[in-house]
Design a protein around this ligand. Structure first.
Ligand SMILES: [Mn+2]
Length: 325
């Protein structure tokens, strides 16, 4: 997107007073960090902001500045604009469409960096090159000429840190470190964020990780593993505790595509997290199963039984691997 489009977005914001900001269901660091960072920007511009998520804030992000002000419901009153982050549709937020219709925002703005992003809003800013939506909000802050406050810096830093896999994904470029430097100079609590994200796990998470990794399977360049509801219960692991297992699978030498299956409470479906490296595209695989995401990190939900689901997805992943040779 060109600077004049950022200017167009800033004009839309300047002309309005009341905002609702939301992001996707099961929010991650980028969803929460970018939504809070944006809310600080809007407030610095003199706006009123209501930040709402359909799902709770994961415990590792609860200490982010402003996280305690996140609502679980859309407001009753009609806002001048609704800003949706990281979603390819309103459905992705986890709120009901009826709730959006009742709220009846005068304008809908979509800011996304997923390749599967869609132009569903009145104003759409989709930058698939951006390392995080937090990095896009940072661009907006710079364009607005707003001074970055320490809370804003901390939220945007958390967004970029988590969405770049701690500055390791291919989306990490020189400008990403420039952004990180600027945020730290502006007072981002980088060490607190790192403590919360990497050194505050629950015992249940580590037990679930052990159970899942022990039974991992590998065929050629594809690694996969899974966890059932029974295993989660035995490990005292929550859904949130099962996040990130797939990152260990893709860390194996020679593995270029990995998938982790988590049984969902309906006992009929599995939630999949996919990862890839060395040019393999797992966004396309996730899209084939009705999901979406990035080339190197995507997700979808598939129907059981587990054996059939594994076979179908692993077959697709092996094809995705051969597609890049
Ligand atoms: Mn993101």
């Amino acid at each position: 997107m060109h600077t004049d489009s950022i200017e167009a977005l800033l004009s839309l914001i300047r002309e309005r007073q009341t905002f609702v900001v939301t992001s996707h269901a099961r929010p991650d660091g980028d969803a929460i960090g970018s939504a809070l960072g944006l809310s600080y920007l809007l407030e610095a511009m003199g706006k009123q902001v209501h930040v709402a998520f359909a799902d709770p804030v994961p415990s590792i992000h609860q200490l982010l500045p402003g996280a305690d002000r996140i609502s679980r419901a859309l407001p009753q009153s009609k806002p001048d604009a609704l800003i949706v982050l990281e979603c390819d549709s309103l459905e992705r937020t986890g709120f009901r469409i009826a709730d959006f219709e009742r709220m009846d925002a005068r304008l809908v703005i979509n800011i996304d960096h997923h390749r599967s992003g869609r132009d569903y809003a009145d104003f759409n800013w989709i930058d698939a090159e951006a390392s995080a939506v937090g990095a896009m909000v940072y661009e907006l802050v710079i364009a607005a000429g707003v001074t970055i406050s320490p809370p804003m810096a901390t939220c945007l830093y958390a967004a970029v840190l988590t969405d770049t896999g701690s500055f390791t994904y291919p989306s990490t470029v020189a400008a990403t470190f420039g952004l990180a430097e600027h945020l730290l100079q502006s007072g981002a609590a980088a060490n607190s964020v790192a403590q919360a994200v990497y050194f505050s796990h629950t015992p249940g998470k580590i037990r679930a990780l052990g159970a899942a990794l022990f039974k991992m399977e590998i065929e050629d360049c594809v690694a996969w593993s899974w966890i059932t509801l029974e295993e989660m219960q035995r490990a005292s692991a929550t859904i949130e505790d099962c996040e990130g297992v797939v990152n260990y699978l893709i860390s194996i030498a020679g593995v270029r595509a990995a998938v982790f299956f988590r049984e969902v409470p309906d006992r009929e479906h599995f939630r999949l997290s996919l990862r890839s490296k060395n040019g393999v595209d797992v966004a396309r695989v996730a899209e084939a199963f009705g999901g979406g995401g990035h080339q190197n990190a995507s997700g979808c939900t598939v129907e059981g039984p587990l054996e059939l689901a594994k076979r179908r997805v692993v077959t697709e992943l092996r094809q995705a691997c051969t597609a890049v040779i």
